[in-house]
Structure formats: C-alpha cells, structure tokens
Design a protein around this ligand. Structure first.
Ligand code: GAP
Length: 455
C-alpha cells in the first residue's frame, strides 16, 4: 500500500475516531461547537488510561508528591496575582468589513494591520484590518445572580494555580518537606483564537500538571531531573522515539511566569508541536500570591532554620494532546500478507497499534458461529474475563469483519471460541499486531492476558 500523505492522515484519524467511538464533535446535532470535543466509549477509556498512568507514576510511585483536585472556579484575585489578567493575551486584529478576527501574526495577512496596505485574508478587503489589540484568552463568567463587573470570575486557564493557592494546606496536612510536589489532573479553558487540528488545540481541555517546590538554588538540578523523568514517561507510552524531540523556548516564547522552559514535541501529521512543557517558574507565583493575598507563603527549613519562598519546577502535560499523540503514533494502514494465516493475503487493514496497557478494550471475545455450544462458552469466558479487564463480546458478522473492527479499536487480543473449544476447553488468541494465534486453555486466559498486558 502506498504511504499515506500527511494531510490525509488527520482526516482519516478523525473519521476513525468517530466511527469507532473515540471522539465526537461537541453538540454535533446542532452543527457542532467550535473546537470543543466529546470523548465516546473508547475515547474515555483511552484518555482515562493515560491519566491513570500519569497519576500512578507521579503520585502513587513517589513519596515526595501529593495529589490534589482543586475547583475550576477560583477567587478572581488569583488571576490578577498570577499575571493572567494582564499577561495571558494574544494580539488580535479585526476586519471592519467582514467582522472576522485573526491573530496579528496570522501568516495569511498581507501588509501591516492598521495600515491601508493590509489585506483581510477572508474577504480580501484592503485597509479594513484594525491595528493589533491584546485579547485575553480567559473565559469569563458571573458568580451569583447578578451580572455585574463585581461578580466576574474566570474559568481557570491552567490547573497550576489551584496548586499554588493550596500549597500551604498540602504542606501542613501531608507533613511533606521541601523538596516535594503537588500533582493535579483537571479541566482548563482558553478562548483560543486559532484553535484546530482536532483535539490538539481546543477551548476546553484537560491538563496533568505537577508543581515541584524546591529550595532556591537547586531549581536547575531539579529542572534537569524532571526533564529526564518526563521523557522516560512519554517513551513508556510506546511512542516512537524518532517522533519525539525537545524544544527550548527562546526569550520571545517564554510564558510570563517562566525563566526557562523546554517542550516535548511530537511530529504530528501537521508538523512538530508541543504536547508537554517543563517550566522553571522560579518563585514568581508564590511570591505574587503572598503579595496579593497578604498571607505568608514562605517555608521554614527545619534543618537550617532558613526561611525562603520555594522555587517551582513545573511539568505540564495536556491529557487531550497526549491522547492525540498516542492515537497518531498508533494509527497504521497495512497490507495483511498471505502467510499470516486464516486472514488471507492481499487484504488491507487499518489498525491502532496502541500499547496494550493503554488500549480501551483489552480483548474481544468471539464465538466462531452462533450455535453448537459456542455462544454459551463464549459468554462464560466473557463474564470471567470482565472481572479482570475491559473486554468486549461480539458475535456480529464474519470473524474477519469482527477482527477488523477490533483492529480499528486498537484491541490487542481477539479470543475465538471454535469447534475445538467446546471439546477441549481451549481457545485461540489472536495478536492484533503479529496476527499470530496461540491456543490457550480457558483456565489460563487471565494469566496469559495479565502477562501480555503488563508494562
Ligand atoms: N501551567 C503551564 C501551562 O499551562 P502551557 O504550555 O500553556 O503551560 C501546557 O500548557 C500543556 O497544556 C500543553 O503542552 C498542552 O498539552 C496543553 N494545552 C494547552 N493549551 C491547550 C489547548 N488549547 N488545547 C489542548 N491542550 C492544550
């Protein structure tokens, strides 16, 4: 099969995601809501597996990180202190003719916005683009029954601030000592002006963030430590390392809070883009909260009796973007060779080669035909396995079609109950990637799958 061209891959992936129930456009029956997506039955499992893997490695497997689940709505002063009210902006221009709005650095704009030579990329009018104005990306809403300025609050644009404002609560209740971290997974919202590329840049998304509080002077060492740890974790998702690279922010790219920042980038079909960042946020956030809240946030080192505001090394990953990385990396179109057994040669298939431990469904159970005791045995096996794994029962259509559906879902194992099974209590287990089939005793199935799903 010829290689799939880059621009077609996203189209195919979006279509597979819908067909198999990974991701749907939000409010689709109303024509959709711009850059907001819903996760279907398989998508919710895949994203949950990624989030759980992150939580396990960041919280459960470490003694020095605590978990937190802070509210999305926070005191409006938080966003003044954090610099988001003043600094979380994009420069925008409006077309006075067609009323469209663009980022000032939109490469489609010809000429200088605000000047007579500037041309609108949508309606083509000249001289109708306004000079750039700063546009805040935070969503506003109102708290309480009155819609007035005093009641304005924001939907959090990052989860990190919930960690900073709870830093003392967690420190005191957990009896941690610096260096230690706080981890959180949760929704964030940004009124992005140029959203797109499916679930890559959306207006509502989930972050997996960890803030590591360290003694000033030790942040560079910890920054390097966390860079190493995070890349190891990403590679552990089964992502091809040739598709991963680091990108260090230059001065113009650094966020208002960061002194140094590295992105982990993936080569998406639409190019190299970030999906996780490691940031040296210094004492920027805690110092500002101390000032704005009028509450002391310094730390008393019990060993040296020194007082200091901790520095913060942040690891910030997008759960949706990481899900997109995993989907893009797993998406494969291939020809099934003749020697690969019963499935025949010259056949083409689409398969999501997800790491088995990330796959939404771990196995599918198929009675070869719906008679001769096969459905009864298949149901028994399904009931037994579902106590251990997320498994699926499918008796619809030819076995070949059932395999293909599960290939597209990324299900690593297909368990077929055939004529021999009712005689000797064995089944065939088909491997999604190699298409090899093992004959396994039903009594050994849980052990067999547990071993294959490890890692
Ligand atoms: N607390 C630091 C912070 O929020 P960021 O680089 O703005 O840093 C971190 O965001 C991660 O959050 C990104 O690497 C990306 O994975 C995810 N993210 C940010 N904006 C997003 C959006 N509009 N849609 C989907 N994911 C987004």
């Amino acid at each position: 099969m010829p290689p799939v061209t880059a621009d077609k891959v996203m189209e195919k992936l979006v279509s597979l995601a819908k067909r198999r129930g990974f991701v749907f456009q939000s409010s689709e029956i109303y024509g959709g809501l711009g850059s907001v997506w819903d996760y279907g039955p398989l998508g919710v499992e895949l994203k949950k597996n990624i989030k759980e893997r992150w939580w396990r490695s960041m919280v459960h497997e470490r003694d020095d990180i605590e978990g937190l689940d802070a509210a999305i709505l926070m005191h409006p002063k938080v966003w003044e202190a954090s610099g988001h009210v003043a600094g979380f902006t994009d420069p925008l221009v409006d077309c006075k003719q067609c009323k469209n709005r663009f980022r000032a650095d939109d490469p489609r704009i010809k000429g200088t916005p605000g000047q007579p030579d500037a041309q609108c990329p949508v309606c083509g009018s000249k001289g109708t683009l306004t000079a750039p104005r700063q546009f805040n990306l935070m969503f506003k809403t109102f708290m309480g029954p009155v819609e007035e300025q005093a009641a304005v609050i924001y939907m959090r644009p990052e989860t990190a601030q919930g960690i900073y404002v709870n830093y003392l609560n967690v420190l005191q209740s957990s009896r941690q000592k610096i260096p230690f971290g706080i981890a959180q997974v949760g929704k964030a919202f940004r009124n992005e002006i140029t959203p797109g590329n499916f679930i890559f840049r959306t207006r509502e998304f989930e972050q997996m963030e960890m803030q590591f509080f360290v003694k000033p002077g030790s942040e560079t060492e910890w920054f390097e430590f966390w860079r190493g740890e995070r890349m190891k974790w990403v590679e552990g998702l089964g992502i091809r390392s040739a598709k991963l690279r680091w990108h260090q922010h230059d001065k113009n790219e650094l966020a208002h809070y960061a002194k140094d920042a590295y992105d982990i980038q993936y080569e998406f079909p639409f190019g190299w883009q970030e999906f996780e960042g490691i940031h040296n946020r210094t004492d920027f956030d805690l110092s500002n909260h101390q000032k704005h809240a009028g509450k002391k946030l310094d730390y008393l080192d019990p060993k040296t009796s020194e007082r200091f505001i901790p520095y913060v090394v942040e690891t910030s990953a997008g759960a949706d973007r990481t899900t997109l990385v995993v989907l893009c990396d797993a998406y494969t179109e291939e020809e099934v060779r003749a020697e690969e057994g019963a499935e025949g040669g010259g056949d083409q298939r689409v398969v999501l080669k997800l790491k088995p431990s990330l796959a939404p469904l771990k196995a599918a159970v198929f009675p070869l035909v719906n008679k001769d005791g096969m459905p009864e045995l298949a149901h028994r096996i399904h009931d037994d396995l579902r106590r251990h794994f997320n498994v699926f029962y499918d008796d619809g259509g030819s076995i070949g079609r059932r395999y293909r559906r599960q290939d597209e879902a990324g299900t690593p194992f297909g368990i077929t109950i055939d004529g021999q099974s009712t005689q000797d209590q064995t089944v065939t287990v088909r491997d999604r990637d190699t298409l090899k089939q093992d004959r396994v005793a039903t009594a050994k199935l849980v052990e067999y799958l547990t071993q294959k799903l490890a890692g």
